[in-house]
Design a protein around this ligand. Structure first.
Ligand code: PLP
Length: 422
């Protein structure tokens, strides 16, 4: 694809240096439909990024768009803090009947501010209030957001340094396979919990992702998650499952922890729960944990009504039969086979490929290669990002609604880019 130099001057002179994705994809995007984005010059880009997991149902999904346009057309309430609205009622009823009841998860639903980190902050605050303790345990390479509480339980040194103040009351423990299977799961953690001389303050909660998205697509085994859940029960710690990136069907089932058969005490959701890319976040809590005083945690943009409308339409469209889950698993097998072929083609150059459902990572022995691959992929019309502590992993995160032919096309571009970025 020939790329003419777009005029980026206003972004480069007016927008802050903090901007990031636009640096890797130096064009000006204008339109987007399903699994494609189009720039101002009309170039099409196949999207293997999906808004970092926000667009599980694709860009401008027509069913969700219709529901949104109808709602706006009839002057449905757009902003109402946490007032009761018909859009919120429809969402709560549908979420309960489509997602919670069939899974026997009687969670109460809290609406914090609309971003992922808002949901995490609410979860941490609630856990501390319930248990009357300050300490939270997180895991190596975890990512839970950029506000101070979330950063304190995030691993990445660069992001943590941005806090500018000490990040306290968080203790990291090894994530699954961090020690290459050489040490029994939770040996260190449990020893610290049991030893009065260990120096570990008794934690209020443990926060975990079942697949670490930003941390490099590290997939926790189901038995590891079950053992963690047991450990939390035995030591009276709450289990917070951060499903902001891996929930809403990314790994197959609606919640990424379903396969493990666990029932976390608190679950955070954001990104794709709004369905259409509109901001919305939920903190789900077991009913007995609902010790909030009215207004004790609030915010102007809780309960985003247009997002309730698209979220409800997404649940009704994709989550009333088991089709979405089956489709995601089968598309994931297509990705796995393609990544295996890439690994076979480049013996000794691929450190690992791993994933679940439609989230996959391709890790290179030469860490800098992943960035070169992503750059080549962009030049060939594929949007794909890197993750991991040194950006050494190519992260595949297509929309769950992607067509098999589009998936094939993107995987072919990826294979070509890996070759060219040798
Ligand atoms: N938690 C997880 C697991 C995430 O992947 C992210 C974002 O990538 C967040 C929290 C933070 O979400 P947000 O960027 O909407 O604050």
């Amino acid at each position: 694809m020939t790329i003419t130099q777009p005029d980026l001057s206003v972004f480069e002179t007016v927008e802050s240096e903090v901007r990031s994705y636009c640096r890797g994809w130096p064009t000006v995007f204008d339109r987007a439909q399903a699994s494609h984005m189009y720039d101002e010059d009309g170039h099409a880009y196949l999207d293997f990024f999906a808004g970092a997991g926000t667009l599980n149902y694709g860009h401008n999904n027509p069913v969700l768009k219709r529901a949104l346009l109808d709602y706006l057309e009839r002057d449905g309430v757009v902003h109402g803090l946490d007032m009761s609205t018909s859009a919120k009622r429809a969402f709560l009823e549908t979420f309960k009947s489509t997602i919670l009841e069939p899974r026997d998860l009687p969670y109460k639903v809290m609406f914090p501010g609309p971003t992922g980190t808002n949901a995490v902050e609410a979860a941490l605050k609630l856990a501390r209030k319930v248990k009357g303790r300050e300490s939270i345990v997180s895991f190596t390479n975890a990512f839970h957001g950029m506000s101070l509480g979330s950063l304190a339980v995030t691993g990445n040194a660069f992001k943590r340094a941005g806090a500018g103040i000490p990040l306290v009351h968080g203790t990291p423990m090894p994530f699954d396979d961090y020690l290459d299977g050489k040490v029994d799961d939770f040996l260190w953690f449990e020893r610290l919990l049991e030893d009065q001389g260990s120096g570990l303050n008794k934690p209020a909660a443990v926060i975990v992702e079942s697949v670490q998205g930003e941390g490099g697509i590290n997939v926790a085994r189901t038995e590891w998650l079950r053992a963690l859940s047991d450990l939390c029960t035995r030591h009276d710690m709450l289990l917070i499952l951060d499903d902001i990136q891996m929930g809403c069907g990314r790994t197959g089932a609606f919640f990424s922890f379903e396969e493990a058969g666990i029932k976390p005490d608190i679950v955070t959701l954001s990104k794709s729960i709004g369905g259409y890319g509109l901001p919305l976040a939920l903190t789900l809590l077991k009913p007995e944990l609902d010790v909030w005083e009215p207004g004790e945690h609030n915010g102007t943009f809780r309960g985003n009504n247009p997002a309730f409308v698209t979220a409800t339409a997404a649940l009704e469209t994709y989550w009333t039969d088991g089709q979405m889950e089956k489709q995601t698993i089968s598309r994931g097998e297509q990705v796995e086979a393609a990544l295996k072929a890439i690994a076979d083609e480049h013996p000794g150059e691929i450190a690992d490929f791993r994933g679940r459902g439609l989230v996959w990572g391709l890790e290179f022995e030469e860490k800098a290669r992943a960035d070169r691959v992503a750059k080549r992929a962009f030049e060939h019309g594929l949007l794909i990002e890197t993750s991991g502590p040194q950006s050494e992993v190519i992260k595949l995160l297509p929309a769950l609604t992607i067509a098999p032919e589009e998936l094939d096309e993107g995987l072919r571009i990826l294979a070509r880019s890996v070759r060219e970025a040798a």
